[in-house]
Ligand binder design. Sequence first.
Ligand SMILES: Nc1nc2c(ncn2[C@@H]2O[C@H](COP(=O)(O)OP(=O)(O)O)[C@@H](O)[C@H]2O)c(=O)[nH]1
Ligand SMILES: Nc1ncnc2c1ncn2[C@@H]1O[C@H](COP(=O)(O)OP(=O)(O)O)[C@@H](O)[C@H]1O
Length: 218
Amino acid sequence: MSASSKIVDRGFMLVVSSPSGAGKTTLTRNLLQEEKDDVVMSVSVTTRQKRPSEIEGVHYNFITQKRFDQMRDNGDLLEHAKVHDHYYGTPREPVDAALAAGKDVLFDIDWQGTRQLKESVLAPDVVTVFVLPPSAAELKARLERRAEDPADVIARRLRNAAEEIPHWNEYDYVLVNSDLDKSFMRLRSILQTERLKRVQNVQTLVDQLVADLAKLTG
Ligand SMILES: Nc1nc2c(ncn2[C@@H]2O[C@H](COP(=O)(O)OP(=O)(O)O)[C@@H](O)[C@H]2O)c(=O)[nH]1
Ligand SMILES: Nc1ncnc2c1ncn2[C@@H]1O[C@H](COP(=O)(O)OP(=O)(O)O)[C@@H](O)[C@H]1O
């Protein structure tokens, strides 16, 4: 969909969460690629180490604990959480600006942050998706294939997965990510359905239709 054909005044927030390795980054990056005119990714700040493949400012803004504490205490974060022993948060200002410009904003955040958004004043504009792996063995295999984390970090992520997965039922939608193409099609359908629910600026057209119909029918 091009920017000009989008008929909502204000964007909404699409949150995608999953245990590490289930595929949320792959799915959200694909959606972003396809929807670059209308969707922006919220870039989080984190205190964790950058992975070899990650780019500062694209995947995360990597910051010190001191800077994180400052941002949190200043109210600069829309939500924040401690995950896998590191701190993560969503800077507020870029999200406000994107929504006001009519863009939809994609979030790759965990269940704790999702809960904070769902409990905030923004809740009516928050749509949430939880991505499940098809099996524990496949989750482990994906973390190993990604080959970005040492064995002890992978083991910790697998232990945390058991704590994250039970939160699936706090979400609006659940995707079991077996086949990547099918999961992506479903995620795209969710985005389009939620846009249709939020169509706002047809009032001018409706006024015109009613006026013209009155003339036509005399
Ligand atoms: N609450 C919250 N969680 C975040 C944020 N950014 C990332 N996360 C979550 O932190 C967890 C770890 O992310 P990451 O270290 O990139 O590892 P990955 O899950 O293997 O990609 C994931 O569950 C992310 O969804 C954020 O700004 N806020
Ligand atoms: N449906 C899928 N089938 C097979 N591999 C997948 C699928 N979805 C994602 N992957 C792969 O699994 C690994 C973890 O995916 P990623 O998107 O980084 O997960 P997350 O962001 O949830 O930690 C990546 O190497 C990715 O290419």
